[in-house]
Design a protein around this ligand. Structure first.
Ligand code: ATP
Ligand code: MG
Length: 139
């Protein structure tokens, strides 16, 4: 089924100039880029985006990391995009991520792990409109 997922090139990867390589990989893997923008997230936006993790010990650090530099927000589309993108990202901890995944290639730690991806259709339904209005998504 044709699906959309939210991808974020996180501040560590933007800072290290990996955004272009990551977008090129998305195109190479058959994703269509339906929306794209670079943003500096506010603390409130980052806290709201990762609200499911509010009680986790790493929440404060995660929010600080996510507002520490610009991110690239992307809506990707493909058959089974959500699962396909999670597979391409690799495990949360880059040290445990499969070879050739984005986190293995570009991540530096369990927190600074280069990319985000929606993890279910419900999450994607929350995350895509969190950053994009319908007019910003090009069908
Ligand atoms: P994401 O939601 O960013 O796509 P994920 O679904 O693989 O990543 P989650 O468990 O949802 O992983 O964690 C969200 C983010 O919080 C991680 O991507 C990482 O940046 C950070 N994080 C997760 N676990 C830890 C940890 N133990 N220590 C520090 N940061 C962590
Ligand atoms: Mg997650």
């Amino acid at each position: 089924m044709l699906e959309q997922t939210l991808a974020i090139v996180k501040p560590d990867a933007v800072r290290k100039k990996y955004a272009g390589s990551i977008l090129a990989r998305y195109e190479k893997e058959g994703f269509r880029v339906r929306a794209l923008k670079m943003r500096l997230l506010s603390k409130t936006e980052a806290e709201g985006f990762y609200a499911v993790h509010r009680e986790r010990p790493f929440f404060g650090s995660l929010v600080n990391f996510m507002v520490g530099g610009p991110v690239v927000l992307v809506v990707l589309e493909k058959d089974n995009a959500i699962l396909a993108h999670r597979k391409l990202m690799g495990a949360t901890d880059p040290a445990k991520a499969d070879k050739d995944t984005l986190r293995a290639l570009y991540g530096e730690s369990i927190e600074s792990n280069a990319v985000h991806g929606s993890d279910s259709p419900e999450t994607a339904r929350f995350e895509i409109p969190y950053f994009f209005s319908t007019t910003e998504i090009i069908g």
